[in-house]
Design a protein around this ligand. Structure first.
Ligand SMILES: [Zn+2]
Length: 125
């Protein structure tokens, strides 16, 4: 299942109540008041505001592949403008000193130490 196609984040949307899920969720709607079972792909909006952030000063456990020597990364939880859901991601080219709650960020792409391409949050272009 793909979460990210290098351009947009891919979630799912319930065709009954329009609720959006990320990571993509299939099978049945998670809203306990909705009986919808038809969830379709939904491209998430690319902009949002910083809801919270932190730095990761210690490498996460395996299977995460950390850079050697480990370089701390910055993580942000971003509330998407349209869907109003919060998506966690690594922040590209910014530190916690550059971030503040409520600042606008935009989806971008980056590469992890093991070469995997992932979504990241960055300054709006
Ligand atoms: Zn639903």
């Amino acid at each position: 299942m793909t979460w990210f196609d290098g351009i947009d984040l891919l979630g799912t949307r319930c065709t009954t109540c329009q609720a959006v899920f990320f990571p993509p969720h299939h099978g049945f709607c998670r809203d306990p008041l909705c009986e919808g079972e038809d969830l379709v792909e939904h491209r998430l909006s690319r902009r949002g505001t910083v809801w919270s952030y932190t730095n990761a000063c210690y490498p996460p456990p395996a299977p995460f592949v950390a850079a050697e020597p480990y370089e701390p990364v910055t993580l942000a939880a971003v509330e998407l403008d349209e869907e109003r859901i919060v998506v966690l991601g690594q922040v590209k080219d910014l530190t916690v000193d550059d971030l503040s709650v409520g600042m606008e960020v935009e989806l971008t792409a980056g590469t992890l130490a093991d070469g995997h391409a992932v979504w990241m949050w960055g300054l709006p272009r």
